[in-house]
Ligand binder design. Sequence first.
Ligand code: COA
Ligand code: AMP
Length: 630
Amino acid sequence: MGYRDVYAAWQADPEGFWMQAAAAIDWVRPPSRALFAARAPLYEWFSDGLVNTCWNAVDRHVAAGRGDQAAIIHDSPLTHSTRTITYAELQARVASLAGALAAQGVGKGDRVLIYMPMVPEALEAMLACARLGAIHSVVFGGFAANELAVRIDDATPRAIIAASCGLEPGRVVHYKPLLDSAIDMAAHKPVFCVILQREQEVAQLTEGRDLDWHAFQYGVTPADCVPVEGNHPAYILYTSGTTGAPKGVVRPTGGHLVALDWTMGAIYDMKPGEVFWAASDVGWVVGHSYICYAPLIHGNTTLVFEGKPVGTPDAGTFWRVIADHKVATLFTAPTAFRAIKRDDPEGRLVGRYDLSSLRALFLAGERADPDTIRWAEEKLAVPVIDHWWQTETGYTIAGNPLGIEMLPVKPGSPTVPMPGYDVQVLGEDGQPLGPGQLGAIAIRLPLPPGTLPTLWNAEDRFVKSYLTTFPGWYETGDAGMKDEDGYLYIMARTDDVINVAGHRLSTGAMEEVLAGHPDVAECAVIGVADDLKGQVPMGFLCLNKGCTRDHAAIVREVVSRVRGEIGPVAAFKLAVVVERLPKTRSGKILRATMAKIADGQEFRMPATIDDPAILDEIRLALRTLGYAQG
Ligand code: COA
Ligand code: AMP
């Protein structure tokens, strides 16, 4: 069957399609049906099944004779080490960690926050939670203490599992002081913390609260897998929205298992036993789905890489890792390839390694620009597949399903909707638009299994953010179009989210930080085009009347505030002082127009602009930073 037949089979019988996919999962009690629609437009899948994620990701492979197969390979150019953990070892390690957590009172439904770098223990912590039916929430290491505190207060975890440090090229990221100050800042206090001491930095433990990762496991009884209902939350992952308050995306257990396993075969064309490498971070959705869960659920070997595409030690690292570990499929963000291409434009380092194991490269997280796709195709001589998805969905919305049929690649398009997703481009009236017409991209409800059923503690926000603009549809927040062949093109966000090096960030959150500076009366943050990172944030500051301080000093202060309050990952380095901000007559800041001016793009003068002359002031200010050319 080709893609069109599979898609048509899903359309004809969505329930049957997903029940068939569910057969690949070990259920303690199989679900009686797939979709549960009693609370439409809120939907659930496989709610009355009983299942355990850790069993499906680990134990069942040992039971099936894969105990000696590598489950996790850790390759860390930052520590000059590699380590392999087999499925049998992983089972023992996770059962022991889960047993120790259970002995401290962690059980089904308790939240556990995980703040760890790219080490196998991060995956083990996630799996140990899954084993107990505890709900994990992993926080990316590049966030500052304040962001961690916000998540602690929203998820109210019983425990926090952290490492003593993370490693970035040339610097140690001191996780423990960040954790301590986050707990100080948060109103909610965890009962205990578990600290994995890394040899690069041993942290001071807080008596009565912090337990050592190894010591607290001595003598405990390993825990068995606890069956949970299909609609039980497997995890919460916070992602950026329009405001500074992140959205807690909830991942339901049953649909997550079924959908991820299906994607490993149908989309990534992986057979159990092969090596899958998602070069991302466990703190992002790509890391949740394709470093931790999907490869393990599917019986693959997953690669945990602690390094960067360039500089650790050079732009040949990715090729070295592929050759050393016989990687079959690599998945990363286009920005990683732009970084490699910048350092080694001729691709000389590619030729030094045996890449014969590699069958495909998948790109996601941001728009894949055609230049990068063509460069990768030429240098690697494998299919280069762009695919589009979001934290909310957890897996591909539109892609090219290599395991079903490879469709012709059109650079600039992530190809076509996957089974499960009826994707349409809607006009302002909510009606589907024809080919070539630009509009809001929406997915007809219900969303497929594994996608978010709600936001943690915020059902109203879920309904308002995603289900209200177009009743009967899920609003993706992306704008774009379809062509005559049904290929999708994702062009821009419709909200204040920007994409920096594949990282999703909220300009609203950055504006909140800038507005907190005592000299700033008003501000705006926009995303401007960047050759390497796709976009970078840029701030515009209007100062309080009478402020005579040096503008450069104020800019330095706001840059350091964003780093301190949101984190280095925001990559906020550009800001400029302006007299006024361009606004509509009703007072709305014209951010999209400012972004177009910054990028030197044509734009239409907004009909509702209050004073067009301000745009010239903005253009002049941008030119001082080297933007608004052309
Ligand atoms: N912990 C602490 N700090 C972190 C961090 C982490 N886990 N990850 C990134 N940072 C810091 C970096 O050290 C950097 O700090 P600096 O301002 O002191 O240099 C800052 O956050 C920005 O990081 P990053 O966006 O990674 O930029 P970079 O200039 O260090 O590297 C790339 C550029 C393109 C090489 C890098 O962004 C990359 O590898 N991107 C891949 C994208 C990716 O995996 N996306 C995930 C979605 S698929
Ligand atoms: P995240 O939730 O961090 O995965 O970010 C999701 C957002 O990243 C999407 O809504 C898009 O704006 C963008 N995105 C992800 N993948 C792609 C892609 N392949 N092409 C274009 N944009 C993408």
